[in-house]
Each structure stands twice: as structure tokens, then as C-alpha cells.
Unconditional design. Structure first.
Length: 118
């Protein structure tokens, strides 16, 4: 069992930056991939990006590529989502997820709200 908790959401003006954290606990040795997702009001959940737990690979959605960066602190079992050049359309609840196999997510956090004002 793995438990993940997101933090760092808030309100920021367009063009600003925000960093989300996702702390994993429990059987973290079983984690293969970590992912970030978001759900905007009235829209489906969207994949934002992911990182292999080993740190060897990162992937990003086209909508955030070049603006968002995912990194990992192995000592803290924490994954970060650095969001720069934020746009109002980035407003959403952001979720962190952990999985046992590639691009498969078994455990989800409770989500953290990010609001970008214009």
C-alpha cells in the first residue's frame, strides 16, 4: 500500500509560478511511476506529466511542455511539479498518483486546488 499527499496549491496571477509537492509513504519501493493529473471545472481529468520513480524518465502533456517541470527528491520520497508561466486555463484541481507499472496508477492523492487569475 502506498499513500500520496499533495500540497502547495493556491492562487496565483497569470504568468506566475507555483510548485506542488507530492509526498509518498508506505511501500514506496513498489512504486514504478508517479504522475500528475488535473481536472478543471466541467472537464475530464487530464494527464499533466509523469516521472519514473527511478527518475530516469519524464513525460509531459503538450499543453504544459516547456512550462512545467517534474522532479523527484528520492531522500524525501517526494515528487514536485514546478509550474511556470501559468495561464488561467491551468486552473484545476491537481492530483498526484503512484503506480506499480508503467503509466498505470493505483493510488491517488486528495488533490490540491490551483487557481490562476487573469
Amino acid at each position: 500500500q502506498v499513500h500520496v499527499v499533495e500540497s502547495g496549491g493556491g492562487v496565483v496571477q497569470a504568468g506566475g509560478s507555483l510548485r506542488l509537492s507530492c509526498a509518498a509513504s508506505g511501500r514506496t519501493s513498489t512504486i514504478y511511476d508517479m504522475g500528475w493529473f488535473r481536472r478543471a471545472p466541467g472537464k475530464d481529468r487530464e494527464f499533466v506529466g509523469g516521472i519514473r520513480w527511478s527518475g530516469s524518465l519524464t513525460l509531459y502533456a503538450d499543453s504544459v511542455k516547456g512550462r512545467f517541470t517534474i522532479s523527484r527528491d528520492s531522500a524525501k520520497n517526494t515528487v514536485y511539479l514546478q509550474m511556470n508561466s501559468l495561464k488561467p486555463e491551468d486552473t484545476a484541481v491537481y492530483y498526484c498518483a503512484a503506480g506499480l507499472s508503467p503509466a498505470s496508477y493505483n493510488w491517488w492523492g486528495q488533490g490540491t486546488q490551483v487557481t490562476v487569475s487573469s
